[in-house]
Design a protein around this ligand. Structure first.
Ligand SMILES: Cc1cc2nc3c(=O)[nH]c(=O)nc-3n(C[C@H](O)[C@H](O)[C@H](O)COP(=O)(O)O)c2cc1C
Ligand code: FES
Length: 467
């Protein structure tokens, strides 16, 4: 490579360098975007700028499936090979694409234009078989459409959103993001405004009284987690949003991010106020490039309007949020692995205890919650804990989002009060089985539900398979 070819990378690295190693993932993404893959001279440049030894850097990029160590096609077609898409015929689609382009899977077409790869779940299970063509979601894909898909004109349908209630999803189902102005016009940021009239202790008490439990899988009481971070010594404190949603069959967080990003930011702001945190991170999985873009734009919009930043709503509260894009590693959904990843390392889980509430991001007290959990927070503070408890059951209050995919009439995202039956979800809401088919299996909680039976019910995936 000539020296001038490094210029665009050097300009980006100059901006990222003050952060040091925690800027490693953004730097690698930027480098891959410029050069298509990560050659050794490029890695050496990144390592020098961020003070990461080259051997260490190789360890990091080998951990993440989406960093390319070999030249790749300018257009990357990722065909989902996870259970829902596999049942819907994804392999036949992959073969049709490879045949059309005359390449093997993971190889580069002779003109350097295309690579076709198998991918883990893309969070488009309601549109199986699904693919990502560079950053564009395509599905359901038909093998006969191979040429159209390669010409970037494959089907790009919108996820169906329904349910018995539409509270968390009141702004979803349109297929486009809700702007800050529209979010506010529809009552958004009322929760934050209420928050700012209360003491942090009162906000915490309200979230505890609501009985909210985390929606990321472990169903841990949110208020109890926040209280531990409040009581932990050490500054600064961090709020982290877990948007790594990688469980096959799950796509609720993707839809919330893509269609109602301000609701998530509002929840994080309320958490920051209650916990006394000044900085936040939103970690979005690498397979969600569009959600990452929408969340980044929503943050910029919130910043410009003074909703986040140094002086929120002019009351002197300061909270800034930074985005992080993952790079293809299921395990980074586990909270401590996610923190390692933000720090620019391989996403290996830490031994617990200590828990993130005392020893979290950069060793500081950290609250990490799921996207849907933060959306519930805004609702609680807006309506009060007592109102919130009117939804759901005594031990599991509140609304819940279920992702239904597989062989049902209406795959999609359904919002219901906790406590409904699986039969109601599948047969009344999702329309029952496809014509002429017989039920073989219902997988509740995604593929990991087998190992994580109770927690995964809150991960809230339902996959239906038929004979
Ligand atoms: C293997 C594994 C994968 C996980 N993946 C996710 C995930 O993709 N998204 C998520 O929010 N939580 C995931 N979790 C749970 C997180 O570790 C953590 O409990 C959660 O982010 C806490 O947020 P909550 O209390 O709001 O649910 C995972 C846990 C394990 C053990
Ligand atoms: S997108 Fe294929 S299984 Fe989820």
């Amino acid at each position: 490579m000539t020296d001038s070819e490094f210029d665009p990378l050097r300009a980006i690295l100059a901006e990222l360098a003050p952060q040091g190693r925690p800027a490693l993932l953004p730097a690698l993404h930027a480098a891959q975007k410029i050069y298509g893959w990560l050659a050794e001279p490029v890695l050496a440049e990144v390592g020098r700028a961020l003070h990461v030894p080259l051997a260490d850097l190789y360890g990091v990029i080998d951990f993440y499936a989406m960093f390319q160590r070999q030249p790749a096609g300018r257009t990357m077609v990722r065909v989902c090979s996870a259970p829902v898409c596999a049942l819907a015929g994804a392999e036949v689609v992959a073969q049709a694409l490879c045949r059309h382009l005359q390449i093997e899977p993971s190889a580069v077409s002779s003109d350097g234009a295309f690579t076709v790869e198998h991918s883990p779940c893309l969070g488009l299970c309601d549109r199986a078989p699904a693919l990502l063509v560079n950053e564009a979601a395509v599905g359901p894909a038909d093998p006969a459409d191979a040429a159209a898909i390669c010409a970037m004109s494959g089907p790009q349908t919108v996820s169906f959103v329904g349910g018995d209630i539409r509270i968390l999803t009141s702004n979803c189902g349109q297929g486009h993001p809700t702007s800050l102005a529209r979010y506010q016009a529809r009552g958004g940021y009322a929760g934050l405004k209420n928050t700012l009239t209360m003491t942090p202790q009162a906000v915490l008490a309200e979230v505890k009284a609501a009985g909210l439990v985390g929606r990321g899988g472990a169903a841990f009481p949110t208020g109890v987690k926040w209280e531990a971070a409040v009581n932990a010594p050490g500054q600064p404190k961090y709020i982290v949003c877990n948007a790594d949603e990688s469980e096959p069959g799950t796509f609720k967080d993707r839809i919330l991010m893509e269609e109602d990003p301000q609701r998530i930011i509002e929840g994080m702001l309320i958490a920051a106020y209650a916990v006394g945190a000044s900085r936040g991170y939103i970690y979005v999985r690498g397979e969600y490039p569009y959600a990452f873009k929408v969340m980044s734009e929503a943050l910029a919009e919130a910043h410009q309007a003074g909703v986040i930043g140094k002086n929120i709503f002019g009351v002197g509260l300061g909270f800034d949020v930074e985005m992080r894009l993952g790079a293809g590693a299921y395990i980074c959904g586990e909270e401590t692995a996610l923190l390692e990843s933000i720090e620019g390392k391989r996403g290996l889980p830490r031994i617990k205890p200590p828990f993130p509430t005392t020893h979290g991001l950069f060793g500081k007290p950290t609250v990490i919650n799921n996207v849907e959990t933060f959306c519930n927070v805004a609702l609680i503070v807006e309506r009060s804990a007592a109102e919130y408890r009117k939804l759901g059951t005594e031990r599991s209050p509140g609304p819940k989002l279920f992702c239904v995919s597989g062989h049902v009439q209406r795959p999609g995202l359904y919002e219901v009060p906790l406590g409904i039956t699986l039969r109601h979800l599948l047969f009344n809401l999702a329309g029952g089985l496809k014509q002429g088919r017989r039920l073989q299996a219902v997988l509740v909680g995604g593929a990991a539900s087998y190992a994580l039976a109770i927690g995964s019910i809150f991960g809230a995936t339902v996959v239906v398979a038929l004979v």
